[in-house]
Design a protein around this ligand. Structure first.
Ligand code: 5GP
Length: 126
């Protein structure tokens, strides 16, 4: 069920609970700004999620309200995880779903990193 990205942040969403360590995850990377972990239901050979540590529902919320330091730290963390995974030379894909048309299911901003294989068309054919 897609989420409404205009609703206030829900502190009990699943990624908030992962950040607090209440729910286990396969951690890939962590710094002051971001936390990265393996997607529980991978859609590609590499499928890692990167989330900001701040309370942001979506890319919309984050891009409008996060500080320059939070945005810079998060963007650098996404790049760092891709480098750690050896994805730069073969290439990879980033995806952030927002709201109903994007199919966003978890109301804490996350960027998907897909890689490790050819990823096919940019979006599903209708
Ligand atoms: P969205 O559709 O919101 O862009 O993507 C949510 C992603 O979170 C999905 O790819 C889903 O597999 C992943 N996910 C949902 N719940 C959990 C969880 O509890 N742990 C982990 N590691 N991933 C999750």
């Amino acid at each position: 069920m897609p989420i409404d990205p205009t609703l206030p942040y829900d502190d009990n969403n699943i990624f908030a609970r992962i950040l607090r360590g209440e729910i286990p995850s396969k951690k890939v990377y962590e710094d002051d700004w971001a936390f990265a972990f393996e997607d529980i239901n991978p859609q590609a050979e590499v499928h890692t999620l990167v989330i900001p540590k701040g309370r942001y529902v979506s890319w919309d919320d984050f891009s409008a309200k996060a500080s320059d330091a939070e945005i810079g730290g998060f963007v650098r963390a996404v790049g760092e995880v891709a480098r750690m995974k050896g994805l730069v030379e073969p290439g990879y894909r980033l995806l952030a779903n927002i709201g109903a048309h994007g199919g966003q299911e978890v109301p804490h901003l996350h960027v998907h990193i897909f890689g490790g294989q050819f990823l096919g068309p940019m979006i599903a054919r209708r």
